[in-house]
Write a protein that binds this ligand. Sequence first.
Ligand code: FES
Length: 66
Amino acid sequence: MCHCGVVNDDSVVRAVDSGARTLSQVCRSTGAGQDCGACVFSLRRLICQHEDTQRATLLEVEGAAS
Ligand code: FES
């Protein structure tokens, strides 16, 4: 994911699961995106995809509970 900071996808997902909600929060917490910036668009896409997955799961759980 981020070659400069040696940060993989799992680290980004863990950061989002731990409460990081913005690109800058994920970058601060993982160390990604702090150098050349080439990974920023990939980071943003992964954050959005993971949040969408969390939201869909939450809706499924809410639907099952009602
Ligand atoms: S690849 Fe992430 S800052 Fe360079």
